[in-house]
Design a protein around this ligand. Sequence first.
Ligand SMILES: [Zn+2]
Length: 143
Amino acid sequence: MTSLTLRNAPRSSRASRLAAYSRCPYCRQHTIGRLAKLRARSVAPAICPSCGERSCTGITPLSLLAHFALILVCGTLLRVAGRTGNRWTLLGVMSLFAGGFFYICYRTPLVRLERYPLQRNIAIAVVTVVVAGLGWWWYTSSP
Ligand SMILES: [Zn+2]
């Protein structure tokens, strides 16, 4: 019993440390707190206490993909919910979407502060519009 707790203790403490801190994109150490990470924007970036570099919560190709997947799944569920006409199913889908959205934002790693954030935002906006257009076409065309 005691050997089991001794063996498990370091692992669980490491897991909690990993959960509480985000990895700095420059020095790759888990130095930035979760709350500081969620608040970090390009206008008010998080500063790493280890290396002093600035980083912010951004959109990575993976998180963008995860958001699109979430929209696709919830859109499909919403169609099914709309057909059955149950308001609780609708509410369930909406909460699933909100939960998934926040989960993805929470899981997205910090990115380096970009030198040209406008160009990057334009690129993200173009990709979003194209995918939204394709999604709308898929949504309206299929029976
Ligand atoms: Zn750092």
